[in-house]
Design a binder for this molecule. Sequence first.
Ligand code: SF4
Length: 119
Amino acid sequence: MKELQTICIRCPIGCHLTVKEVNGEVVVSGNSCPRGAEYGKQEFTCPMRTVTTIFNRKNGGTLAVRTSTDVEKSKYFEVLSAIKSAPEPTNPHFGDTLIKNVCSTGADIIITEVNGPEL
Ligand code: SF4
């Protein structure tokens, strides 16, 4: 039987969850609220993650970027690779989109910080 032990990250309490499939149904225990059940089921069936990283600019500066929504955990490294190889925007600003629908996930890559080169 497939079983998953995980910690709920929906709030700082961090309940220890056990997730199992029983008679075709995903059952979560150890959660103190419904959000934990939802999180456990998501982790068991299709874990999702927000991707955040740094895009290195040719001038030595950086752009902090993140996905606009969570993407499937299985696509995490594919998304990182797409960000790394994206063309550099000419005049980037906070909130600009670096990549639309990255790796067909439905998420965009958004610029959250623009940092100039170290002087
Ligand atoms: S199950 Fe509820 S109380 Fe426990 S960590 Fe998750 S959100 Fe917080």
